[in-house]
Design a protein around this ligand. Structure first.
Ligand SMILES: Cc1cc2nc3c(=O)[nH]c(=O)nc-3n(C[C@H](O)[C@H](O)[C@H](O)COP(=O)(O)OP(=O)(O)OC[C@H]3O[C@@H](n4cnc5c(N)ncnc54)[C@H](O)[C@@H]3O)c2cc1C
Length: 462
């Protein structure tokens, strides 16, 4: 795409070996993996003032480490484990066992996680540019991507790099470079957006005694059907946080938004905030345990489930997920179900689920992380190469971290071996991932009950 920016007039800020765009769970892990040998300069660009993306902007539970079911399997390891371990040592995690939905979650303190990302990135020698938004990309004479432009309060800067990893969630880097992308909503309706809100002063014992989640859904349905509170839907969930008497929710829904359009996104932000306070009133009025509760935080921005997805060397499909597909170039596993938050005509929402058979997992091929025909770029996290349905399964943070680990390791390998992304020796990549603790073979089912048990499972798996 043609750029209105005159690159040659923009000062050069840095030359780096590997540039990672976006410091979400995928980008942080990509940067950590890319810098693991200490031989390469790695630069991470993030538009906000802290790392973590959705993991710290709005969420507090890693899903995707475990398959759902009575006897879960732990299907992600390595760097993502190191992130959880670091939180664990600070006393900032607990498990939320679950046999359904996305399976057992690893709940963490998101404010502590901001610090953990800072510390891990600093220890790895990654140069982190916060408050720096990537706004352009330019190719060299041979068509290979060569540099990006960032916008900061000090003005525009150029950064030249040899390898690029797009971890922006919205595929900003690939889009600006003109690589083909699908935009959510073009082929299937886009998933809805959700402002996460947190409440304090909740009497969770009273809530559970009154029936917990079952009672909550019943009260929501009554409120909608009787018209006492203008809730956007009859369902929604809450869970306890890593702080006494506090809960976090997934309840707000805002539909039909192109989240790459800043005006539509701004309207969605305002609508999300409005709905959150409708819920606050509903909780106080209708839900036992919430009479004195109040909102203590809204997510840093409204949660966006999908926007652009890059067309890669392979595109993960619904059939791959539901048939537990095996690929010889696998770089991570995923056992999370397809979880599609769809808006219904005339209002309301349904969540459509599709499970991997027998509590299993499918392989995610390396080729889904390589934009089609590119040699210098990888794409990880929310914008990797998948169809709408496959993305609705493979988007939990354990998987996005594992993608980052795979792409960062591949980028490092491509520099060491002086080869392009498509020529990276996959057997060598897999050997390195295994050596770092990544899970590439489906482990046995195990029973577990607590964080200590999780650690035991992890140690056994690595
Ligand atoms: C409402 C909601 C609830 C969810 N619940 C869960 C859950 O409970 N557990 C779970 O595991 N998953 C959950 N998910 C899915 C999960 O949050 C995401 O799929 C995952 O976090 C994506 O990680 P990412 O690193 O790819 O993207 P992000 O976390 O979005 O990170 C992208 C980063 O890039 C930055 N960025 C973007 N554009 C630019 C730019 N141009 N320049 C510089 N920086 C840029 C962003 O600020 C951000 O830090 C949920 C998603 C939503 C929307």
């Amino acid at each position: 795409m043609s750029s209105p920016l005159q690159h040659d007039r923009i000062p050069l800020l840095a030359e780096t070996d590997i540039l990672v765009a976006g410091a979400g769970s995928a980008g942080c892990c990509a940067a950590l993996a890319a810098s693991a040998s200490g031989r390469h300069r790695v630069l991470l660009v993030e538009r906000y003032g802290f790392a973590g993306g959705s993991s710290t902007q709005m969420l507090d539970t890693f899903y995707g480490f475990f398959t759902p079911g009575e006897f879960p399997r732990k299907v992600v390891g390595g760097l993502p484990d190191r992130v959880v371990d670091t939180l664990d040592r600070a006393g900032a995690i607990f498990l939320r066992p679950n046999t359904y939905g996305a399976g057992t979650g690893v709940n963490y303190n998101p404010e502590r996680l901001k610090l953990v990302w800072d510390e891990l990135l600093a220890a790895a020698g990654v140069r982190v540019l916060l408050h720096a938004t990537l706004v352009d990309a330019r190719a060299g004479a041979d068509g290979g991507l060569r540099e990006v432009i960032i916008s900061t309060k000090r003005g525009f800067f150029r950064i030249a790099a040899r390898r690029f990893i797009d971890a922006s969630g919205d595929a900003d880097l690939c889009h600006l470079a003109g690589f083909p992308c699908e935009k959510a909503g073009e082929l299937e309706p886009a998933q809805t957006l959700t402002t996460i809100f947190r409440m304090s002063n909740v009497d969770l014992a009273a809530y559970e005694a009154a029936g917990g989640r079952k009672m909550l859904v019943q009260r929501m349905t009554e409120a909608v059907e009787r018209g006492t509170h203008a809730l956007p839907r009859k369902t929604g969930s809450l869970h306890p946080m890593n702080a006494v008497g506090c809960i976090s929710t997934v309840a707000v829904r805002v539909a039909d938004v192109d989240a790459t359009d800043f005006e539509q996104l701004a309207a969605a932000e305002a609508e999300g905030r409005r709905q959150a306070f409708v819920y606050e009133q509903f909780f106080r009025d209708c839900v036992p345990g919430f009479a004195a509760a109040n909102i203590i935080g809204l997510s840093h921005q409204i949660g966006v489930r999908e926007t652009r997805r890059v067309y890669g060397e392979y595109r993960l499909t619904r059939e791959d997920c539901l048939n537990a597909a095996r690929f010889s170039d696998r770089v991570l596993l995923c056992g999370a179900p397809i979880e599609d938050h769809r808006s219904l005509p005339g209002g309301g929402e349904e969540t459509v689920w599709g499970y991997v058979p027998d509590g299993g997992a499918y392989d995610v091929p390396y080729r889904t992380l390589v934009p089609r025909g590119r040699e210098e770029t990888w794409v990880v996290g929310r914008c990797f190469s998948a169809t709408h349905d496959a993305h609705a399964s493979c988007r939990s943070m354990a998987q996005t971290m594992a993608m980052g680990q795979a792409a960062g390791t591949a980028a490092r390998l491509s520099l060491e071996q002086d080869c392009g992304a498509r020529a990276v020796p996959v057997a060598e990549l897999q050997a390195r991932l295994r050596a770092e603790g990544a899970v590439l073979e489906l482990p046995a089912k195990r029973a577990f009950t607590a964080a200590a048990e999780w650690r035991k499972n992890r140690e056994a798996a690595t």
